[in-house]
Design a binder for this molecule. Structure first.
Ligand SMILES: [Zn+2]
Length: 183
């Protein structure tokens, strides 16, 4: 059962696709496959890693003041879906395509598994590491607001053409989005 999400970068600035390289590296460490559940190349292409039902091999929570998860030592791998983006975000930014894909899969997983926002962590929140370099959670949240704004804009446009029954539905949708965006 997955109740948490942890976000990573590969810390590798190589421009080519990295999934196979990271997978081979993790196999060489005896982790039985890639340690992450979801992997996103610079192009934004999503590759499914280990099945969600399997324990991840990507984060060890260290306890102490840096650990915001509140879970005991090494529990996080049992309960967290591991997401990894190709790149070294201590030197560069993730691509827009990566953020869009990360937002989509991350929100889909939150809805599917009922994961609350406060159970999302950058790797550095649970382990002694710089990973993932940037604050991926803030970037996901910014992308989510863009997504909601676009959805609202489309609904407002559709309102001009539609019949009364559908208008009422669209108005309810627009009100819900406005509340989420706190406008
Ligand atoms: Zn990491």
């Amino acid at each position: 059962m997955k109740t948490h999400q942890v976000y990573h970068h590969t810390a590798d600035d190589q421009k080519e696709d990295q999934f196979q390289k990271i997978k081979s590296y993790h196999i060489s460490k005896g982790w039985g496959g890639i340690g992450y559940h979801r992997f996103i190349e610079r192009s934004g292409v999503l590759i499914m890693g280990r099945p969600i039902g399997e324990r991840g091999a990507h984060a060890v929570n260290v306890g102490g003041s840096r650990d915001k998860s509140g879970l005991p030592y090494d529990t996080i791998n049992n309960v967290a879906i591991g997401y990894c983006l190709a790149g070294d975000f201590t030197k560069e930014k993730p691509t827009m395509a990566q953020i869009k894909t990360l937002h989509k899969i991350s929100y889909e997983d939150q809805i599917k598994y009922g994961i609350p926002d406060e159970n999302r962590f950058n790797h550095r929140d649970v382990s002694q590491t710089l990973c993932p370099g940037v604050d991926l959670i803030t970037l996901i949240d910014m992308e989510h607001r863009n997504y909601l704004r676009k959805k609202k804009y489309r609904a407002e446009n559709a309102l001009r053409w539609t019949n009364p029954l559908r208008s009422a539905m669209l108005r309810r949708l627009i009100d819900r989005i406005k509340a989420l965006l706190s406008l």
